[in-house]
Structures are given as C-alpha cells and as structure tokens.
Ligand binder design. Structure first.
Ligand code: C5P
Length: 233
C-alpha cells in the first residue's frame, strides 16, 4: 500500500530563511527535505529545530565514499531523529550494506535508507558519454535499484518516470522517492527527467520531492497544496 506524500526540498542557505519559509505553513506540517546546502550551512541544529516543530525530515546528503567511512557517517546520522536518509547506489552493494549497518541503532530501529540511482538532472546521453555507462538509463536505474534491494535498503530515488519499472522489478513495497516534478505550466530549470504531480500519482510513486516549484512560488503554501491535491488526491 502506498504512503503517498509530498516532500518539500528546503534548499535554503540559512536556518533563518528556512524557518521563516516554514512559518508560512500555519495549518499543516509538510514533510521537509534538508539537502547539502542547508545542512552544510546550518548543521545538525537545523535538523533538530525542524523536527521540534513537528515535521518529518528526509536528510538528503547522498553519501558516497568507501564502505567504512559511510558506515561511520551513517552511525552519526542515526543519532539524529530523521525519518529518511540516503546515499549513492553507485557506491556498490558492499557500501550500501555497510551504510545500513551504521544507520541501525542498538535497539534495531533506523530511518528509512534509500539509494540515489541516477540524478534526475542526468540525461542518458550525459550518463553514457561522461560516465561511460554503456547501458540505457532505464536499465541502469533498474540495476541500481536491484542492488539497493540486495543490500537491504528500503527504496530508491529516481525520476517519477522510472518509478513504475522500479516497482515492477523490485516489488510494490520497495519505496520510490522522486524529484524531477514540475507543474504542467511551470519551468523545468536544470532538471531533465521531469513530470507533473498528477502523472507521478498515475505512475505510482510513493513520495514526490518538490523544491523550486514551491519555494520560488509567489504563494508557497498554495503551491504546496496544489501539489498535494494533484498527487495525494
Ligand atoms: O527545485 P527542485 O524541485 O528541482 O528540487 C529537487 C530536489 O531534489 C533538489 O534538492 C535536488 O538536490 C534533489 N534531488 C534531485 N535528483 C535526485 C536526488 C535529489 O533533484 N536524483
């Protein structure tokens, strides 16, 4: 069964900007994504501040290093009360297994751990030419998703356009978290593999991650509610 939700990518450069943005949401508590920009600027304190306000948090730090380093970093992250965190599947099955071990607390609990397959800003042409990956982007994403599943992870980050085939390959319970979402009448920006919240719902993804279409909107709360209406129902 799907747990469909909209996650707002809070790509701000300071705690103040983030908290004043979240102040606008007076009648709801959106699921919030903290990415590299905000985390490097404001550190663990912003994670705690947002959690204390009652939001769920996806800590999007996309770890990618040798297994031992990722395991130890994940063990530090396990002390923060986040709901979801992630790494790059390109780090190999061994790295993902080590990450899971590091993230699991002594009592057996842990945040959801998901793997980035290919960034939604990467086109098939750039993946093949720059990264020298000869397979199609779809085959690469499904392969990385299967690796994440073998390692015991909960799901992957991919484009909503790929969520259907990931579910087909890994099962309905394997979570898909999908950025690359744009309103039908909105700007695409630097994203490449994009679709609308409505189409993402039809394809069957679990979470959509939406940044600039909400954070840059004249009325961010209205834009968030439009996303929820189109995606959740
Ligand atoms: O502003 P926009 O809606 O493009 O934001 C998408 C967010 O999702 C950004 O924070 C970006 O870092 C993140 N992301 C992504 N593609 C991935 C993984 C994460 O765009 N594969």
């Amino acid at each position: 069964m799907s747990q469909r939700d909209v996650i707002i990518a809070c790509d701000f450069s300071s705690a103040e900007a983030t908290l004043s943005f979240l102040d606008k949401f007076t009648d709801c508590k959106p699921f919030v994504k903290i990415g590299m920009e905000l985390y490097y600027a404001a550190g663990p304190a912003i994670v705690k501040a947002i959690k204390d306000r009652g939001h769920k948090i996806f800590l999007d730090l996309k770890l990618h290093d040798i297994p031992n380093t990722v395991k130890k970093a994940m063990s530090v992250l396990s002390h923060m009360d986040v709901d979801m965190c992630n790494l790059h599947a390109a780090g190999t099955i061994e790295m993902m297994k080590a990450a899971l071990e590091g993230l699991t607390r002594p009592d057996g609990t842990r945040p959801l751990l998901i793997a980035v397959t290919q960034l939604t800003s990467t086109s098939e042409e750039r993946m093949q030419k720059d990264l020298l990956i000869g397979a199609s982007i779809n085959d690469t994403i499904v392969h990385y998703a299967k690796n994440a599943q073998i390692a015991g992870l909960d799901g992957v980050v991919c484009s909503p356009l790929e969520a259907g085939m990931v579910k087909e390959a890994c099962g309905a319970g394997f979570v898909t978290v999908t950025p690359g979402v744009r309103f039908a009448d909105g700007e695409v920006g630097d994203q490449v593999r994009v679709t609308t919240p409505e189409r993402a719902k039809e394809i069957g993804t679990d979470y959509i991650v939406v940044g600039r279409p909400i954070t840059n909107a004249p009325d961010p709360v209205a834009a968030y509610k439009r996303c929820v209406a189109e995606f959740v129902g």
